[in-house]
Write a protein that binds this ligand. Sequence first.
Ligand code: NDP
Length: 495
Amino acid sequence: MGSLKRYQHYIGGEWVDPASGEWIESSNPYSGQPWAEFPRGNQADADRAVEAAYNAFTSGDWPSIGPTARGALMRKLGDLIATNAQELAKIEVQDNGKLIAEMGAQLGYVPQWYYYYGGLADKIEGAVLPIDKPDTFNYTLHEPLGVCVAITPWNSPLLITAWKLAPALAAGNTVVLKPSEFTSASAFEFVKLVEEAGFPPGVVNVVSGYGKEIGEALVSHDKVAKVSFTGGTMSGTRVNENAASGLKKVSLELGGKSPNIVFDDCEMDNAVKGVISGIFAATGQTCIAGSRLLVQESIHDEFVDKLVAFAKTAQIGDPMSLDTQVGPVTTPPQYEKILSYFDVAKEDGAECVLGGGKPDDPALGGGWFVQPTIYTGVSNSMRIAQEEIFGPVLSVIPFKDDNHAVEIANDVVYGLASGLWTQSIRRAIGISKLIQAGTVWVNTYRAVSFVSPFGGYKRSGLGKESGQQAIKDYMQTKSVWISTATEVPNPFVIR
Ligand code: NDP
């Protein structure tokens, strides 16, 4: 095991071994071979990291670095990420098996979150209020919360880190970041850039390990003010329960079973591409995957034929190759989970019109590959239509008319995203209003931006990331009252 790259926790500006003295092996999803090891954090490491973040919040340089200077630090960090984007992208691919084309583009875009929130840092203004009391001056201050814990999953580690870290730091908080134990390498590489940008020690700390060990210890820690979590609905619910006992602020970005709805007046070739991008990009491992295709009955057969023909051309292979379109699945449990849903689909009675198993290409070696898969004859009550599979598995469900489409679209516990394919502006605006989801894309899919709020309705989460509101969600408002009266009036009566 001597050849594995060994990482340490980054706490209070220092690289330290885990208290357990144990490491977790991380494997490359393409080869199935281990390549790195991450510290197996526990309660003691959580305590140490939160203490470091708390000390940095209450003493040292950070509290006296004003919002304008914080903004400058964040822009510097953005520049450093931009300079190192391709290197960071390669590390992500090695760790999570997503395409270099996708991760390169993602890392090229990540700096925007640091620029945007760096710019916002000194534009969060309090107000002097026209108070209805004589001889009284009242104003508001928007202040940071304190120590924020950011817990990220394995599918887009540094993009999701930026969604949490950028508003948290711009607001003046300090952070303990816990990446997924499957994909911690990029967070440890990234924090070197945080240090290089000049953030004081303890402002950003990175610890790794299992969610049930160090994750829970962080969420339950008394000195943590906010937890921001992205991951599965079960884990997110547990995080919410643990945070509730300490009355912590929580934001949760959880799963989805998003409908991609194709109407009979769509531009069919574009809609085919939109559906492909919704379910096969990133090997379907995205919370926003358009995993339910709702297609109008009158065009069902023609659309499915075109879709299958296009999907068959997808190049499966080495994620480091720019020609590859579908890479491996990121983790062995995820691989097993997807394979198990092929059996569920059979039991459900769905018809498999593409894929439905492991690819038999020997060139794919020991990697965790599954075939892009399409099921027709799916009814919305089937498990494959209701449960998040988080893989390249599409359920096709026919609908009659607009009302029927909306009824099926909303008939799930989730509400993260949705897509509409139509040329009618009346339909686009009308149905966008009726869909119970935090994002509606019309004639596009999988678009995200630092400017636009992102987050789920229903069981897809709590709170929003990105956009102007997100920085306020890392702040609290104080009301300051100053009396200019010469005498304190009757002390037994409320003012
Ligand atoms: P998890 O939700 O378990 O993992 C996400 C992050 O949360 C990881 O860093 C994990 O650590 C941590 N975590 C897990 N349990 C806790 C806990 N009790 N307290 C604090 N932190 C915790 O994702 P899985 O890998 O188990 O995937 C399961 C399913 O979740 C997937 O099949 C998919 O459906 C969904 N998912 C959704 C994502 C999204 O973007 N919304 C992303 C990833 C998965 P560790 O990895 O060490 O357990």
